[in-house]
Design a protein around this ligand. Structure first.
Ligand code: CP
Ligand code: NVA
Length: 332
């Protein structure tokens, strides 16, 4: 096994074992490259029908406080294809709902499982889970960040273009969790990221600052602007996301008004001025709001490739973080 899969035993891969993945900011440039390398290999094997039970006998708890289609299904299939088992845990049905603390939940789950994936509101809850648990914790989306999504997105760019360095990513819409992770990700893969959003909907200044600091390592730039048509000029990727994220239902109307001029439509694609500009969306899409049917179903759209790559990239993440753990290692 070690000869055959040397790439899982080099210094970078060994350095990732047992760690949590809460933010792309916490990964080094070479760790992001390692995730892409492993994802590409596992994807190729999967397509060729080659089984790879690299996490045989391991269990992944998957806690959801918010709805999900892609994250739930792709993580569950991922752990299954790796020879392990995934437990779907609705936060509504856990004792968390009745006041058991995140810290105690982390301590208990760490006695049963080899990894925890969590989707929730407050990013600090995920940090608490990682701090008090003894198994790797993976962020499956918080109000602040969506790292697994964005790793799959940049992997998709890499697959389609053979490189990421020097390319231009323009995110058009609300300065939300996905926008935050896109800035962190661009900084690591060397892609210039511009966020075009209405005044008052900018990404958080602390995240912009950190992303700019990270970007020094690759020479990428991080820009915030309020003019989407100007922003997309020369874009290699135009990315959008829903205007009202999960938990923001009460602001839906207000945000729809503010973001009305930020729809990704044919006119915006043409403003990019590049024949091969790619259109990305993390999904789910609100067709007719942030993106038109014409664009979503058109030749520039790679949205379903992104969705597929959630599976392959998350398999790489699970292997790199969870491999090498012995069953029952935590606490006993
Ligand atoms: N993109 C994404 O995370 O989708 P789900 O909300 O369906 O998991
Ligand atoms: N910004 C969106 C992403 C969904 C995958 C949300 O948080 O609802």
């Amino acid at each position: 096994m070690t000869e055959k899969r040397d790439y899982l035993y080099d210094e970078v891969a060994l350095g990732m074992r047992g760690r949590s993945l809460l933010s792309i900011h916490d990964l080094s440039v070479t760790e992001v490259e390692k995730i892409f390398e492993v994802a590409a290999r596992l994807k190729e094997e999967t397509k060729a029908g080659v089984e790879h039970h690299l996490l045989r006998g391991k269990t992944l708890a998957m806690i959801f406080t918010k709805p999900s289609t892609r994250t739930r299904v792709s993580f569950e299939v991922a752990i299954w294809q790796l020879g392990g088992y995934g437990l779907f845990l609705s936060a509504q049905e856990l004792q968390l709902r009745r006041g058991e603390t995140i810290a105690d939940t982390a301590r208990v789950l760490s006695r049963y499982v080899d990894g925890i994936m969590i989707r929730t509101f407050d990013h600090r809850d995920v940090e608490d889970l990682a701090r008090h648990g003894t198994v790797p914790v993976i962020n499956g989306l918080t109000d602040l960040l969506h790292p697994c999504q964005v790793l799959a997105d940049y992997f998709t760019v890499y697959e389609k273009r053979g490189r990421t360095k020097g390319l231009k990513m323009v995110y058009v819409g609300d300065g939300n969790n996905v926008a935050h992770s896109l800035m962190f990700g661009g900084a690591k893969v060397g892609m210039d990221v511009t966020v075009a959003c209405p005044p008052g909907y900018e990404p958080l200044p602390d995240i912009v600052k950190l992303a700019r600091e990270d970007a020094r390592a690759t020479g990428a730039t991080i820009e915030i602007t309020h003019d989407p048509h100007e922003a997309v000029k020369g874009a290699d990727v135009i990315y959008t996301d829903v205007w009202a994220s999960m938990g923001q239902e009460a602001e839906r109307e207000k945000k729809a008004q503010a973001l009305a001029g930020f729809q990704v439509n044919q006119a915006l694609i043409e403003a990019a001025g590049k024949k091969d500009v790619m259109v990305m969306h993390c999904l789910p899409a609100h067709r007719g709001e942030e993106i038109t049917d014409e664009v979503m179903d058109g030749p520039h759209s790679v949205v379903f490739d992104e969705a597929e790559n959630r599976l392959h990239v998350q398999k790489a993440i699970l292997v790199l973080l969870m491999q090498g753990r012995k069953a029952g290692e935590s606490g006993l």
